[in-house]
Design a protein around this ligand. Sequence first.
Ligand code: TUI
Length: 316
Amino acid sequence: MIRTKLCDLLGIKYPIMQGGMAWVSTAELAAAVSEAGGLGIIGSGQAPPDWLREQLRKAKELTDKPFGVNVMLLSPYAEENLKIIRNERVAVVTTGAGNPGKYVPWLQEVGTKVIPVVASVALAKRLVRNGVDAIIAEGTESGGHIGDLTTMTLVPQVVDAVDVPVIAAGGIFDGRGLAAALCLGAVGVQMGTRFMSAAECTVHENIKNAIIKAKDRDTMVTGRPTGHPVRVIRNKLTRQFEELESRCAPVEEFERLGVGRLRAAMVEGDTEFGSVMAGQVSAMVKKIEVVEEIVQDVIKGAEKTLCQLYEGGVIK
Ligand code: TUI
């Protein structure tokens, strides 16, 4: 049985959070993860308030367990969506692509836990001074918007730098990943890509198939010159981005090329010219599984991995 401080902090059975991925993490996926004993998270991305209200209503219908919402701070609707989250007393907010510092006490006033995603020690320390409940340290193995440190190096540095629970994200796929995260001092993991390929995930089936097909070196990082690098599965769009990079095109050209591409991929299933944001663990996804199977595989796998270190004689 694997139980950590994260389980007590969030009122969940297993120390597994699901990444709140834009256009991917809808109420159906979030509710399934919460029902399976983890923390499901709705990804609000750049979605408007009406969409979020509807998703919250749906999630509450599907589960009475706690769930969260991810707010992408570059969204023009970030503040409006945070107001809804506060009014609806959502259990947990995770944030990405920015610094949520000014909203922390205001959300906590109503009992909402605030858990930002960071890619650096400096931002983790700053946010802990703002009073956040925990930190998600996300390595560059992740899909979507990323920093440049690996999970292996970032997590222990954040653990040493702060006195709140740290959750590891980026490159976590199975029980070995959870066991490794615990060894690095994390209290749990956040997983995106594996849940994206779950049966309950409403993302377009072409995307699930692209993840299943992906091999070890099939993701790459585009958009570095914009200051918002993203990890995606290689396709015709990434070749166009590479061409822009090779001729040092102005940032505006990158931005123009990127507009609407995430939705085109995740909703319309455009795996050629869409932005197929997915992590390096894509190569480890072999089939579509239901969320319950995924959660049980990760938990049982971690128990087995940790026990084998003793039983296999590695630790005497
Ligand atoms: O946010 C994510 N992953 C995302 S957001 C997203 S939508 C998007 N699309 C195009 C461009 C940008 C975003 C797709 N995937 N993960 C959490 C995360 N946050 N990773 C890295 C960061 C981050 C980076 C810099 C957080 C804060 C930061 O600096 C803020 C500051 O003020 O220092």
